[in-house]
Design a protein. Structure first.
Length: 307
């Protein structure tokens, strides 16, 4: 199987594309811009600085200005991986690609995408709480959920203006919202697109609502290491002290998310010493950041009291 390395490169590209489109938080990756990634945990994200207006002078003319484009190096703290073995008795060279592609796509769909979503939302919540941009103590009810949601939208718009806002909401909360008599005639379904992420969403006051399974909308998780006692199954689980997130409202350009499938490796049975099969090494780096000047466009509503 001389082109094993080519297969790995194809899988790696396909998995990154599936990650953006499949994750409910995939739209956040559009904010990384033309990021430079050469493997490993570091990624360079473009950062533009533009001077503000000055006074025009009839003799001196226009005041000078400058545009600076730098690349800021960010370090992804989430370094996750898994190794799979496909037994040579189950597959052969001719159908390896189909089987391997199915395994990796299913693994990413069922395990990686939910974990990355959960990490991103929990980190946004943690950052919002630390910056005083979170509200706690509201249990959604059909009688007042619309007014509560609009109050949170207004709280952001009153500071930053009518910038595009995205609402991330648990499916359980969205069901309550849709049961409200006030909202039934106001929800409109439309297309939403951000970079490579495309989906259909409901909108309220021009804000798209992206529904997320409740299990991914907690304030804290335990990401198992896959080796120690009690964590050998890997994956993630809500922390015992985790709170439930009702919704996250933020400017579309606020969270910067990056996920990269790094240097996927595929070994043929002839070089695998401890098994008779194809061995695949999968490694995923990912993380999320919020620039300090973007917190005014963020508000997280949490069911339980914060204190």
């Amino acid at each position: 199987m001389a082109n094993t390395i080519n297969y790995a490169a194809i899988f790696q590209k396909a998995l990154d594309e599936q990650m953006v489109q499949g994750a409910t938080s995939g739209w956040m990756e559009g904010n990384a811009g033309q990021a430079i990634y050469n493997g490993g945990k570091d990624i360079k994200i473009p950062k533009m600085t533009i001077d503000g207006l000055g006074n025009y002078d009839r003799q001196l003319g226009y005041p000078g200005g400058s545009v600076t484009l730098d690349y800021e190096t960010m370090t992804m703290t989430q370094d996750r991986g898994k190794q799979f073995v496909l037994d040579s008795m189950d597959i052969n060279e001719s159908n390896f690609v189909v089987n391997a592609a199915n395994v990796m796509a299913e693994f990413q769909k069922l395990q990686i995408i939910p974990e990355v979503d959960a990490y991103r939302y929990s980190k946004i919540a943690a950052l919002a709480i630390a910056k005083g941009k979170a509200i706690g103590g509201y249990t959604p009810s059909a009688s007042d959920i619309l007014s509560k949601l609009r109050a949170d939208i207004t709280a952001i718009q009153d500071v930053v203006g009518d910038i595009p806002l995205i609402i991330t909401m648990s499916r359980a909360t969205k069901a309550i919202l849709e049961s409200s008599a006030e909202i039934q005639k106001q929800l409109v379904v439309t297309d939403f697109e951000s970079g490579a992420y495309k989906t259909k969403v409901s909108i309220i006051d021009d804000c798209p609502i992206i529904p997320v399974p409740s299990v991914r909308l907690k304030t804290a998780y335990v990401f198992r290491d896959g080796r120690t006692a009690g964590q050998t199954q890997g994956g993630f689980t809500p922390d015992a002290a985790a709170k439930n997130i009702n919704w996250i409202i933020c400017g579309q350009n606020v969270p910067i998310a990056v996920s990269k499938t790094d240097n996927m490796k595929i070994f043929e049975p002839a070089v695998v010493q401890d098994a008779d099969g194809y061995k695949m090494d999968y490694r995923k780096y990912h993380d999320l950041w919020i620039p300090d000047n973007k917190y005014d466009a963020l508000l997280v509503n949490i069911k339980e009291a914060l204190a």
